[in-house]
Write a protein that binds this ligand. Structure first.
Ligand SMILES: [Zn+2]
Length: 184
């Protein structure tokens, strides 16, 4: 009797571990998709930040930062991805969805994520000077609001951070010597 219970417990632990590994692999896969979006922003000379929204293991919304191109503060990666996901789902409520973003969301995007009732948010790197998902404050998990999201941090962190530092060092070089980049 006791043996059977122990065996069942071990099987349960093994299954939980397998599920955690499966989820970690999926998180990496979707963060790489968010990174692809960030690269689109870099191609436009925008700060490279990318986002995807996933529902049932399917990407239903993609977005990348286009703030300068669109001349709009609303053109953050997350807002675009949320808008597209809403169109696919046919509802502003994105329950059951996971949002992947390469950089910790700002106050506007964290607010929109809570408003949309997104289940889970997965982040690449943190943004100590502007992030509102754990750095300055954690809007995604305030008990005072009617919704809290599950949060995972540090997925593909190095890659997400590298794309930003490369962008900014390239920008500094171009500012110092405009002839380096003739397209700029
Ligand atoms: Zn934002």
């Amino acid at each position: 009797m006791r043996e059977r219970r122990a065996r069942r417990r071990a099987e349960k632990a093994k299954a939980a571990e397998a599920e955690a590994l499966r989820q970690a692999a999926l998180d990496e896969k979707y963060m790489k998709e968010a990174l692809k979006q960030a690269k689109k922003a870099a191609e436009l000379g925008e700060v490279p930040i990318g986002c995807v929204v996933v529902y049932g293991e399917k990407i239903i919304g993609r977005g990348y930062n286009r703030r300068n191109t669109d001349k709009s503060t609303l053109s953050h990666a997350e807002i675009t991805a949320l808008r597209r996901a809403g169109k696919v789902i046919g509802d502003w409520r994105l329950e059951g969805c996971t949002l992947y973003v390469t950089l910790e969301p700002c106050q506007m995007c964290a607010g929109a994520i809570v408003q949309a009732r997104v289940d889970r948010v997965v982040m690449g790197c943190m943004n100590p000077k502007a992030g509102c998902a754990g750095s300055i404050l954690n809007m995604l998990q305030m008990q005072e609001f009617n919704h809290q999201a599950e949060v995972t941090r540090g997925i593909c962190e190095e890659e997400c951070s590298k794309i930003l530092t490369e962008f900014f060092s390239g920008l500094r070089k171009r500012l110092k010597n405009p002839m380096v980049d003739k397209q700029g």
